[in-house]
Design a protein around this ligand. Structure first.
Ligand code: T1G
Length: 706
């Protein structure tokens, strides 16, 4: 027997256990091992039934995505079909019971469905999450699942990738039973019972009762498709998953499986699969910090103090409360504190209304919150998070105060989005405890946390902050201390370029539409209106004296500020907004102002194509990303991708800006940037790294996942 799959007989039942840590993925050797075990079962007179179980913390988490990613990127490796194995399990002469703990995902669930019976512990979760990596189930999942739970339910699971709990799986008909936590012994008992039964053991592929598309199913599928046009905009795999599931209504199992296989292969070759698989591994790579000594352990964070109850402070407070961490929320006066608390309550009430939390869950969260007007109250906190107005002097004063009260060993974090962490740290006597925690608005929702290391931040504080991010259910990405860090430093040239395009003749709607259709969650001008053009103006005031004089600056910055076109909050910005609406409407009169201001600045007007909009905005982003990477402010190229996917709404199926550059071709990007430098001016100077990669024929992927 292979080491990856063990076989032993216990109490008259063969126990086939998979041992391929960390998640028992179906890498080379695992399917073969299971297949050999099934062969052995036939001939083994000491076993009357079998239990298939995962060792370690989980059942099978699916096919090995590393292998899939190789095939997706064009490598000549051939993927081995799981079908012969599934057939062998299903046709076994003795009943096979699948025993599930942890997760049974993708190929894991497909194997489970080929077993005659399935039992699981209560905490187990099951699903066909393939669409999340740009593909569909490729081992009969779209054909077996509807046979167990009906077409509408199967389509929903395969198209959304949603994982279900064991109780829901029983209700739907995926699982036969939930058993106690002594999974192996419970499953053996179950298997012995099955072996004693005279009834034939059920084979999923032979079931057909649930394969009818009646009016209700039709309606369900229609709703599902509609939902996907919003949630999976720009993606192919979810629609293909529905298509494959729907085939069960008129194709026999064999033919349906063959059709599924073709759809699967088409998905696997898509740029969507490549992009999403890249995002999958990139997200897991961010927690690896190469220069962190191995013996550094994270200090657990059991209490927090947040300074400032404004929009950011309130959202950060909710993130901590949601993770079960008690918070002291400190403000300067009662009025500001009351305002902050009211917003938190209002946001929680909205979550209850949407069904996200129950009343009790909200009450529990609020019971962990202590409002305060005194620094005295932060004394016990394991972390103090400053979340006040973006002004260096103010932040330094606050850090000096915090330094006087926070306990020794507490992490002192600043939620700055641009400012110098070393400057902030210099206001304390313990710069080694100071770190940046750049949350994204709304902080209780957005998954990204940029963790900014200063020159003196200790490894201990870095390790603790990374672990804390996970506890807050955020994706924490460690970045270096440069102006705007990674995200905003790149966003600046990106949104500048969007504005330059307007000045040269594009309309606000045209620029945003081109980028929205590219897949961004919002166009750049709509984002500026959401973030507040007054905020942009203020940041500009802080830095404008440091910018090179030959750097082109957007012409509308002062106008927007002085005319109070601050965006959504004042009802007008790049767009105009009707009361209570978030959707921006084109503002013809303002477009005219842009035209006239641009002419005044001597900018020639011309027709701008969508292609030019995409190239100039995206290449500006990529060029700055390349600089950040070569200057060492980002550990990996893929970290930049994760920041953009989780913090800025870059389409995950395009893998992030740096992965996108690789897909376009570095040489093409570099050449176009050189042209733009000639046509536009010195701010388009290509990053030296881009030239280097072009000359050596390398890619940003060379800086990934290390
Ligand atoms: N293949 C390869 N590596 C995997 C993997 C997989 N399927 N799943 C996880 N890993 C690695 C991951 O990269 C990380 O590695 C480590 O395991 C721990 O993961 C035929 C075609 C299972 C819920 O999409 O959702 O089956 O960084 O940090 O939070 O139709 O991993 O430590 O080196 O995420 O406890 C379908 C994807 C495949 C499941 C565990 N399956 N995985 O979460 O740990 S396609 C999936 C997950 C397929 C069939 C089709 C999660 C998890 P490292 P982790 P976790």
């Amino acid at each position: 027997m292979s080491e990856l799959v063990a076989y032993h007989v216990q109490d008259g039942v063969a126990v086939i256990s998979i041992n391929n840590p960390p998640v028992n993925a179906l890498g080379p050797g695992v399917p073969e091992g299971i297949s050999n075990a099934i062969t052995k079962l036939h001939a083994d007179h000491s076993a009357q039934a079998a239990v298939l179980i995962g060792s370690g913390k989980t059942f099978i988490a699916g096919a090995d995505i590393k292998q899939l990613a190789l095939v997706a990127s064009g490598a000549q490796t051939k993927l081995q079909s799981l079908s012969p194995l599934l057939r062998a399990i299903e046709d076994a002469s003795k009943p096979v019971v699948c025993a599930i703990h942890g997760t049974a995902l993708g190929g894991g669930l497909e194997i489970a469905m080929s077993c005659h019976y399935r039992v699981a512990v209560k905490k187990a979760r099951l699903g066909q999450p393939e669409v999340k990596i740009g593909i569909i189930p490729g081992a009969e999942g779209t054909q077996r699942l509807p046979r167990l739970i009906g077409i509408a339910a199967a389509a929903e699971l395969c198209a959304t990738g949603r994982m279900i709990s064991a109780p829901e799986a029983v209700k739907l008909g995926v699982l036969d039973a939930i058993v106690g936590d002594d999974l192996l012994n419970e499953a053996i008992r179950f298997a012995k019972n099955c072996a004693g039964s005279k009834e034939p053991h059920p084979k999923t592929r032979e079931l057909s009762k649930k394969l009818i598309i009646d009016e209700r199913t039709q309606e369900g599928l229609q709703q599902l498709r509609q939902g996907l046009t919003k949630k999976a905009r720009g993606m192919q795999a979810p629609a293909r998953a529905i298509e494959a599931v729907a085939l069960t209504s008129h194709l026999p199992f064999e033919e349906g499986s063959q059709a599924e296989s073709q759809l699967f292969q088409a998905c696997l070759k898509s740029s969507e699969a490549k992009g999403l698989m890249h995002a999958f591994f990139s997200e897991r790579a961010v927690s690896k910090i190469p220069d962190l000594p191995k013996d550094v352990t994270a200090t657990p964070i059991e209490s927090a103090a947040i300074i400032g109850a404004g929009t950011m402070g309130g959202g950060i407070t909710m993130s901590y409360l949601n993770a079960g961490i008690p918070v002291v929320l400190k403000e300067v006066d009662q009025e500001a504190l009351n305002r902050g608390l009211a917003t938190i309550r209002k946001n929680y009430a909205a979550s209850v209304k949407r069904g996200k939390f129950t009343e009790e869950q909200v009450e529990h969260r609020l019971s962990l919150l202590t409002p305060s007007l005194n620094y005295e109250d932060i004394k016990e906190a394991d972390i103090v998070v400053e979340a006040v107005f973006e002004n260096l002097e103010l932040k330094k004063n606050i850090f000096a105060e915090i330094d006087g009260f926070a306990k020794e060993g507490a992490i002192l974090a600043s939620n700055t989005s641009t400012l110098d962490i070393d400057q902030i740290a210099s206001a304390t006597r313990r710069p080694e405890s100071v770190i940046g925690n750049h949350f994204f608005s709304p902080a209780n929702i957005m998954k990204l946390l940029e963790i900014v290391r200063g020159s003196k931040t200790s490894p201990q504080v870095i390790a603790s902050s990374m672990a804390l991010a996970k506890r807050l259910r955020k994706v924490g990405v460690l970045v270096g201390n440069c102006f705007g860090f990674v995200g905003n430093r790149m966003f600046n040239p990106y949104t500048n370029e969007a504005q330059f395009l307007l000045e040269e003749g594009a309309s606000v709607a045209q620029v945003d539409k081109a980028l929205y259709e590219f897949g961004w969650a919002m166009g750049p001008l709509a984002v500026l209106d959401l973030a507040g053009n007054d905020v942009g103006w203020r940041i500009h005031q802080e830095v404008k004296h440091t910018l090179p004089s030959d750097r082109r600056q957007p012409v509308m910055t002062d106008y927007l500020y002085h005319e109070k076109r601050w965006g959504q909050k004042t009802g007008k910005g790049w767009y105009r907004y009707e009361a209570g609406q978030r959707l921006g409407l084109s503002d013809e009169s303002f477009e005219k102002v842009i035209r006239s201001e641009a002419r005044k600045a001597g900018i020639e007007q011309r027709t701008i194509t969508d292609e030019e909009i995409l190239e100039r905005t995206l290449y500006a982003l990529i060029n700055e990303g390349a600089r950040i990477l070569e200057e060492g402010f980002s550990i990996r190229s893929s970290d930049i991708d994760i920041i953009y996917i989780y913090g800025y709404g870059f389409p995950a199926y395009r893998g992030g800006p740096m992965h996108y550059a690789d897909q376009v071709g570095i040489k093409k990007v570099y050449k176009r940037i050189c042209e733009l430098e000639q046509q536009q001016g010195p701010w388009w100077k290509p990053a030296p790294l881009l030239r280097q990669l072009t000359e050596s024929g390398s890619t940003f992927a060379a800086f990934d996942h290390q």
